[in-house]
Design a protein around this ligand. Structure first.
Ligand SMILES: [Zn+2]
Length: 392
C-alpha cells in the first residue's frame, strides 16, 4: 500500500520540513521502492545525490515548491546508470503533474493566459504548453466518437481572415460534435465524408441553407432533414419587417412599435400596448392585415403534432399560406413564399421534432467565451481543440 501524504498528494513521499508563507518550500524524501527503468532490477548502487526542485500545486493561496533529494543509480544487473524516477513527475520536468493540471485548469476555468501565468508564477508560454498537454489528453477521448443521432448544423463567423466555420452539434447530448472551417458545399463535403458511422444519424436539423441541405441529402442518406424553428421564425420576422418598412418607413423606425410588431400575438403584452397596436392598425389597415397574416403563419409554423393524421389539415393550411405569399404584390413576401415553398417538407417535419438549433446557438455563445478569453484566435486548429475540450 503506497503511503499518501495528504499535503503533497503524491504516493510515497515523506515531508521533512516546510518553510515560508508566500512560497512554501517543502523538503521531502521519497520513501518508495527504487528500481531500474531498463530492466526493473532492484540491485542498485547509489552513485550521486542531488536536490530536485519541483513546482507543485498551491496550498491555500500560497505557491509551493517541492525539494526532493534524489539519486543517480548504477544498476548492477544491466550495468547502466539512471536517475531516480519520482511518481507524478515526468523525467526532465521542473514541475509536478498536479501543478501542470492546476495551471491548465485555471486557464480552462476562464482565467486569461497572462493572468494565470502571473498568479502561478510561470511564463505565459508555459501556461499554453501545459494547457495544450491537458487538451490533448482530453481530446484523445473524442477521436473515435461516431456520428450523433440528432445532428444540428449551423454556421458561425470565425475571423475576418478565415471567414465562417460550421458547427456540428449533438442535439441529444447538448454538445459540440465538431467544428470545421468554411461553410461552402465543397469544404463541407470534404469534411463530412470523414465522419465515421454516418448511417447512425437519424435527424439533421439545419437553418434554411442550400449547401447544408445538399450535403446532408448526399452524405446522410438515412437521416431526415428538419428545418430549424429558430431560423424559420427569424426569416419570417425579417421579411415582414422589411415589408412594413416599405409601407411605412417612419413607423418602422419607432422602437416601441417595432418591439410590439415582433412579438407573438399570444405572448403576454400590456393592455396599453395592445391598445397602441390597435390604434396604429386602425390608421394603417394594410399593415394590420399583414400583421394578422404573419401571426397566423407564426402560429402555424410553431404548431406541434403527434401523428401524421393531425398534420394533414395543417399542411393544407400551410400550402395555402405559401400560395398567398407568392401571389402578394410585395417583393419581400414573394421571396419569403418562395423560400418556404422550397423548404416546405423540412418545415412540416419540424412539427414532429422538439430539438432545435437553439442548443447550437447556446454552444456558439460558449465558443465566443473561448475566443474572448484568448483575446481572439488566429489558428483554427487551436480553437477546435479548445472547443472540443470545453463544449464537446
Ligand atoms: Zn537495470
Amino acid at each position: 500500500m503506497p503511503l499518501h501524504e495528504p499535503i503533497i498528494g503524491l504516493p510515497d513521499f515523506k515531508i521533512i520540513s516546510a518553510n515560508g508563507t508566500n512560497l512554501i518550500q517543502i523538503e521531502a524524501h521519497y520513501i518508495g521502492h527504487n528500481k531500474c527503468p531498463h530492466c526493473a532490477s532492484s540491485n542498485l548502487r547509489k552513485k550521486d545525490s542531488f536536490i530536485r526542485q519541483l513546482r507543485h500545486h498551491s496550498i491555500g493561496i500560497s505557491r509551493s515548491l517541492l525539494l526532493v533529494k534524489t539519486h543517480k543509480f548504477y544498476c548492477r544487473a544491466c550495468r547502466r546508470y539512471f536517475r531516480q524516477r519520482l511518481p507524478g513527475v515526468q523525467p526532465y520536468q521542473r514541475a509536478t503533474e498536479p501543478f501542470k493540471d492546476q495551471v491548465a485548469l485555471r486557464h480552462h476555468g476562464g482565467t486569461s493566459l497572462h493572468k494565470a501565468a502571473q498568479d502561478l508564477g510561470v511564463g505565459a508560454a508555459t501556461v499554453e504548453r501545459y494547457y495544450k498537454g491537458y487538451l490533448d489528453t482530453n481530446a484523445s477521448e473524442h477521436k473515435s466518437a461516431s456520428c450523433p443521432k440528432v445532428l444540428g448544423i449551423d454556421e458561425k463567423h470565425f475571423t475576418k481572415k478565415l471567414g465562417y466555420m460550421t458547427t456540428f452539434a449533438d442535439l441529444k447530448r447538448h454538445k459540440v460534435y465538431d467544428v470545421t472551417l468554411g461553410r461552402s458545399e465543397l469544404s463541407l463535403r470534404e469534411y463530412v465524408t470523414k465522419i465515421p458511422n454516418r448511417d447512425n444519424c437519424k435527424v439533421v436539423v439545419m437553418d434554411m441553407c442550400e449547401p447544408f441541405r445538399n450535403v446532408a441529402k448526399m452524405h446522410f442518406p438515412k437521416a431526415l432533414i428538419v428545418a430549424d424553428r429558430f431560423h424559420v421564425v427569424k426569416l419570417i420576422n425579417h421579411h415582414f419587417l422589411k415589408t412594413w418598412a416599405e409601407l411605412d418607413h417612419v413607423g418602422r423606425k419607432h422602437r416601441g412599435l417595432l418591439s410590439l410588431m415582433r412579438r407573438h400575438a399570444w405572448s403576454p403584452m400590456k393592455e396599453s400596448s395592445r391598445e397602441n397596436l390597435r390604434r396604429y392598425f386602425a390608421e394603417n389597415p394594410a399593415i394590420g392585415a399583414i400583421y394578422d397574416f404573419k401571426q397566423d403563419l407564426m402560429k402555424l409554423i410553431l404548431s406541434r403534432v403527434y401523428s401524421k393524421h393531425d398534420a394533414k389539415p395543417l399542411i393544407r393550411e400551410f400550402l395555402n399560406k405559401i400560395r398567398a405569399l407568392k401571389e402578394s404584390k410585395f417583393g419581400n413576401l414573394i421571396t419569403l413564399g418562395t423560400t418556404l415553398d422550397a423548404w416546405k417538407e423540412e418545415i412540416v417535419r419540424m412539427w414532429r421534432f422538439s430539438k432545435t438549433n437553439s442548443i447550437t446557438e447556446g454552444l456558439h455563445r460558449r465558443m465566443d467565451e473561448i475566443l474572448n478569453r484568448a483575446y481572439g484566435m488566429r489558428n483554427f486548429n487551436n480553437f477546435r481543440i479548445r472547443v472540443k475540450a470545453f463544449c464537446g
